[in-house]
Design a protein around this ligand. Structure first.
Ligand SMILES: [Zn+2]
Length: 295
């Protein structure tokens, strides 16, 4: 069995850090939302393949699109937290960070009726102090470690110690870190998890990297944003060449590439599961955890 975790960050297209100078938070309310329709494309794709996955949902989105959050949960997927306001945690004080995650978790649990035990930081912006706060708030896992450096254990989080299982690290007593995979090719460290890399790499290279990652780790964790499934989203004048390229490049490739990736993973014997199931079944089978037993 190869555990495969397809995970999705759920925020609207105008909330990404890359476009922040054009869309400050004060402007968000007035912009037509596309997050529900984009996310429903993801839900349809997963339903076609009977895949369960984890959705890291922004609290701001859950407040405005509660029906969407209920739909995700009713489809058998895990609801996890992407924070509330999509400010990078490293730009928040520790108190502000705690307030942000508390607020997001409360709305996500109220709307979905399920316990929320997972977190992913906007822009993978996290450090050990903030992870300690997450653990104190009852989270069971974080998936914000995107190790670009040459040694996987020495990303922004410092030395995470030996993995519990490949790619998974213990944090404190009750929490684990699910690191996003990176493969080394000569001197290069190439992320194999998603986002712009997924859209930009030559398809054959991406598949090769995924196969290598599975051979090395025995599992596969990827992420995408639901806005990446929405190639018709508005183009903004004044975004500049770099920001435009980063955000809009090859959006029309996301869905067909995802179909091919899923077919490849199915052919390789993937067992698609939520991050929470992965932790309960693979990382810590038999561990008791009152918080995970439903809200
Ligand atoms: Zn995000």
């Amino acid at each position: 069995m190869i555990p495969c975790l397809l995970t999705f960050d759920i925020e609207d297209w105008f909330q990404v850090e890359n476009l922040r100078p054009l869309f400050p938070p004060e402007s968000w309310e007035a912009i037509p939302r596309r997050v529900a329709s984009a996310t429903r494309r993801v839900l349809r794709l997963l339903a076609e393949h009977q895949i369960r996955s984890t959705f890291f949902v922004l609290g701001w989105v859950a407040e405005r699109e509660p029906a969407l959050v209920r739909e995700i949960a009713a489809s058998g997927h895990e609801i996890a937290s992407h924070g509330h306001s999509h400010v990078m945690p490293m730009q928040l004080t520790l108190t502000e960070f705690r307030d942000d995650i508390d607020r997001s978790r409360k709305v996500l649990e109220d709307v979905s009726g399920r316990a929320v035990v997972g977190y992913r930081a906007p822009s993978f912006s996290i450090d050990r102090k903030r992870l300690t706060i997450l653990e104190g708030c009852g989270f069971r896992y974080d998936s914000s470690h995107h190790p670009f450096s040459l040694h996987e254990r020495y990303g922004r989080l410092g030395d995470l110690g030996p993995p519990v299982v490949p790619g998974v690290y213990a944090l404190g007593e009750r929490m684990v870190e699910l690191a996003l995979p990176v493969e080394r090719v000569g001197p290069l460290a190439l992320p194999v998890s998603g986002g712009g890399y997924f859209r930009l790499y030559p398809a054959a290279l991406y598949r090769t990297l995924v196969a290598r990652s599975i051979a090395r780790l025995g599992s596969y964790l990827m992420y995408l944003h639901s806005w990446e499934f929405d190639p018709e989203q508005p183009r903004v004048p004044g975004a500049g060449r770099v920001r435009t390229a980063k955000h809009y490049v090859s959006l029309s490739r996301t869905l067909p590439r995802m179909r091919r990736l899923i077919a490849m993973l199915e052919g390789a014997g993937a067992s698609f599961m939520t991050a929470r199931d992965f932790i309960e079944r693979v990382v810590a089978p038999g561990a008791s955890s009152p918080r995970v037993e439903g809200a």
